[in-house]
Design a protein. Structure first.
Length: 547
């Protein structure tokens, strides 16, 4: 993860005072303070246009929000017609997406006056979050890797589910026939940049053109470069926030157009199919065998479920081969600019060695029927979790389910008497059996040795019977209260409350609901709690309790 800036490189410098005056006139900044301009260290490459280098710079003042400017380097001004088309397109699509509620930086203004900084540019709001340059996500937990990849594929599905007509992007892209255009475009890009003949690239181009998908008429807005490192994630770990709020901005829309959405999905997935030994650069290696990164089958399942489409993708091999062909073309373009002496990447020389291996990987994908691999899985239990789950299933079948009728008769018989508040003896007997079997307090990892994922399967099983969670001392709200006491309680509190709860000798309650507000949403709670010297004062009204 990184968010690094550096001083503006010499070839990207411009008159900062002129920019300050312009932004001040547009009420974006104050003219009273100096404007600081720095350059993002990580650049952007757009090899589908003759202008390959995007310059993104961070502008800020001491008392104003930071903003990001996206422009083309002034040394490319002889390609102004291409620059104008790109800047205008990216600003337009981000403006439409922001209005639709899709996570992109808020566009602020579009400047067509090249006199301000030497080229056309647009300004967008700076989004503060986490950017992961290495797709393998070193340094984060396995659970966090899972959450990041799931959130990314959900964001992609959300993009492809947007209604094009409602976005008011008339004429944005050519729509159907996307795959044929992509093969043609990248073949031309490669041919224009090739420094030597590579037979595998020629063979791959021919195969792609001869094996275009039968149905290339589906049209959505496509990103064109959807990778994990083009996303900004929530500053907090995604395992602690809802996945829907995890991706807070999708960047780099210069390759966006309208066309076949599965090309975007395959481009995101292709790193799962690269050999473990193959790296283009250190941050773009194979994703095989990395703990926590979901399998292709899991990611496809999530994507298709979010879009409401069948998960069978019979032509996945074509889209994967096209994605790798595109990556080979990008690598060739980067290397060609290195040979011309105007490379944007410091390691551009090594990209020339990647083109032929990438083409061979794509041909291997093309020549076989590729489906979502079955190895691995997103929701795998540990060996202990599987064993305990089977024990719980056996216990439920042998003891719990046969007791349901007797329990129902008890509550029906005592529905109008104080006895309805007492636990039937048969449940107390089952609790003793479960404790003797070691199936007790399974929800608490420190006691059971199970992971939260292990317990999720067990909770699903006990949820088949209304009173089953109590049999295993895994009933709400006691589970949550015991977790709080276990993690944060003092030794005295643990002795007085936690230990009896863990033994099943007492019960706890949950008080949250208040009159006049929907306090099931904790942000609406009116009850206050504050410290007064050695005491705590609670001021509020609760009108319902779980027990």
């Amino acid at each position: 993860m990184e968010e690094l800036t550096s001083p503006v490189r010499k070839q990207h410098e411009f008159n900062v005072d002129r920019l300050l005056n312009y932004l001040s006139a547009k009420s974006q900044v104050s003219n009273n303070d100096a404007l600081t301009v720095r350059q993002y260290s990580a650049g952007t490459v757009k090899p589908n246009l003759p202008n390959p280098n995007t310059c993104r710079q961070l502008c800020s003042q001491e008392e104003t929000p930071r903003c990001a400017a996206s422009r083309e380097p002034t040394r490319r001004l002889n390609l102004n017609k291409y620059l104008t088309a790109w800047v205008d397109r990216e600003y337009r699509v981000q403006k439409a997406l922001f209005s639709a509620g899709f996570p992109v930086p808020r566009p602020l203004l579009h400047c067509t006056d090249a006199e301000v900084i030497g080229t056309e540019f647009y300004l967008m709001e700076h989004v503060k979050g986490r950017i992961f340059r290495d797709l393998r996500l070193p340094g984060v937990s396995a659970a966090e890797r899972t959450a990041l990849y799931v959130a990314a594929v959900e964001a992609l599905a959300k993009l492809h589910s947007l209604d094009l007509a409602s976005l008011s992007l008339e004429g944005y892209g050519k729509g159907s026939g996307y795959c044929k255009r992509q093969v043609s475009t990248w073949t031309k890009q490669y041919a224009a940049a090739a420094h030597r003949d590579i037979p595998a690239m020629n063979e791959l181009s021919d195969w792609l053109m001869k094996n275009l998908p039968a149905n290339d008429n589906e049209v959505t807005l496509v990103h064109g470069d959807f990778r994990l490192d083009n996303l900004i994630f929530h500053p907090t770990e995604c395992v602690l926030v809802s996945l829907g709020a995890c991706v807070i901005a999708v960047l780099d829309w210069e390759l966006s157009t309208t066309g076949q959405p599965l090309a975007d999905l395959a481009y995101f997935l292709m790193y799962h199919y690269w050999p473990v030994s193959f790296n283009i650069i250190d941050t773009m290696g194979s994703l095989k065998g990395i703990d926590g990164i979901p399998s292709v089958s899991d990611l496809i399942s999530i994507y298709c479920q979010c879009r409401g489409i069948p998960s069978a993708l019979p032509e996945l091999n074509f889209y994967l081969a096209l994605s790798v062909f595109k990556m080979a073309g990008i690598a060739q373009g980067i290397y060609a600019r290195h040979l011309l002496g105007n490379a944007s990447a410091p390691n551009a020389a090594q990209f020339g060695q990647c083109v032929e291996p990438l083409a061979k990987i794509a041909l291997q994908l093309a020549e076989r029927s590729v489906t979502a691999p079955s190895e691995g899985g997103l929701f795998l239990q540990t060996a202990k979790g599987q064993t305990v789950l089977q024990q719980v299933k056996d216990f439920m079948r042998q003891y719990v389910f046969p007791a349901q009728e007797e329990v129902a008769e008890y509550y029906s018989k005592h529905s109008q008497s104080p006895q309805r508040w007492h636990t039937p003896q048969i449940i107390e007997d089952l609790k003793m059996k479960a404790k003797e079997a070691g199936l007790w307090n399974l929800f608490l990892p420190a006691v059971s040795g199970l992971s939260q994922l292990d317990y999720a399967y067990i909770a699903e099983e006990t949820g088949r019977c209304l009173f089953a969670p109590e049999v295993f001392n895994c009933q709400a709200p006691d589970t949550g209260n015991m977790e709080v006491l276990h993690m944060f309680g003092s030794e005295e509190q643990k002795r007085k409350w936690l230990e009896p709860l863990l033994r099943g000798e007492i019960r706890s309650c949950f008080c949250m609901t208040e009159p006049d507000v929907a306090s099931s949403d904790a942000t609406n709670m009116e009850c206050t709690f504050h410290r007064d010297e050695d005491n705590y004062i609670i001021n509020g009204k609760k009108w319902w309790s779980s027990w």
